[in-house]
Design a protein around this ligand. Structure first.
Ligand SMILES: NC(=O)c1ccc[n+]([C@@H]2O[C@H](COP(=O)([O-])OP(=O)(O)OC[C@H]3O[C@@H](n4cnc5c(N)ncnc54)[C@H](OP(=O)(O)O)[C@@H]3O)[C@@H](O)[C@H]2O)c1
Length: 247
């Protein structure tokens, strides 16, 4: 899928951060982008404005992708406006400070938002996508053994997303190629408001010595969409964070 002009892409969680950067990168390639978001209509409208500077047929659509009824409604709207989907980026995700080995309620919340959401959106996508690309946004913490205290459910369900990615790739190839990206610490609103010192401190945990920019992850996602040899792969893009402790 080297030429994306005229293709239709859905990016979940595209009001901010990596999703926003991905939506804009896709629009620059000539895609019509469906910008999904959960709550921040103003930020989504801003992403739309940016996309409209590069391509036509873009739209925003509010839906909590952890809830199947919301996703079903979103796909009704998508189907009535577009006849097909060519690209899906399952990007929406959360970090929950309450994450702990004993908090089952939080495990379930993180499961719904970071794993089941991708499964639900993919289910509805398959009725509109006959050929295309799916990219799931995982995390370095989803790579087996790279989880960390304070993110046990987050790591577990990102690992599940990796396994789902590989098995889904086997189910859907060759018409639909499924891959995932596993970012390291990326400077997005997910981290809250970070001072320059905090950013520097977090950046030191990666071999590149800084946090990753969301546009750099969007570049990786674009590569997975455009390169037809990538199938069933989980591409780590962590600035060397995963191996940093081996220095
Ligand atoms: N930032 C990092 O360091 C990092 C590292 C590794 C992996 N990741 C992964 O990258 C993805 C994006 O992270 P980010 O850092 O860009 O996050 P972010 O800046 O917090 O943005 C999250 C986006 O997802 C949307 N969202 C959250 N829950 C949703 C739901 N249930 N339904 C629909 N939209 C939802 C938000 O919408 P509203 O704002 O409108 O509510 C927002 O647009 C996540 O899957 C995350 O786990 C991030």
């Amino acid at each position: 899928m080297t030429n994306l002009t005229g293709t239709i892409a859905l990016v979940t969680g595209a009001s901010k951060g990596i999703g926003r950067a991905t939506a804009i990168a896709l629009a620059k390639e000539g895609c019509s982008v469906i910008i999904n978001y959960k709550s921040d209509a103003e930020a989504a409208a801003d992403t739309l404005k940016e996309c409209d500077a590069y391509s036509q047929g873009n739209m925003t659509i509010v839906a909590d992708v952890s809830r199947e009824e919301d996703v079903a409604r979103m796909f009704n709207d998508i189907e009535s406006r577009y006849s097909r989907l060519d690209v899906l980026v399952n990007n929406a995700g959360i970090f929950d400070e309450r994450d702990s080995p004993t908090n089952i309620e939080t495990f379930e919340h993180i499961y719904r938002n970071n794993f089941l959401s991708a499964v639900i959106v993919t289910k509805y996508t398959l009725s509109l996508m006959k050929e295309g690309k799916i990219v799931n946004v995982s995390s370095i913490h989803g790579r087996l053994g790279y989880g960390r205290p304070g993110a046990i459910a987050y790591a577990a369900f990102k690992s599940a997303l990796e396994s789902y990615t590989k098995n889904l790739a086997k189910e859907l190839a060759p018409h639909i190629c499924v891959n995932a990206i596993a970012p390291g610490r990326t400077l997005t609103p997910m981290w809250g408001t970070l001072s320059e010192d905090e950013q520097k401190e977090l950046g030191k945990g990666q071999l590149i010595g800084r946090m990753i920019e969301p546009e750099e992850i969007a570049d990786g996602i674009l590569f997975l969409i455009k390169n037809d040899a990538m199938c069933g792969e989980v591409m780590t893009m962590d600035g060397g964070m995963g191996i940093a402790y081996l220095k």
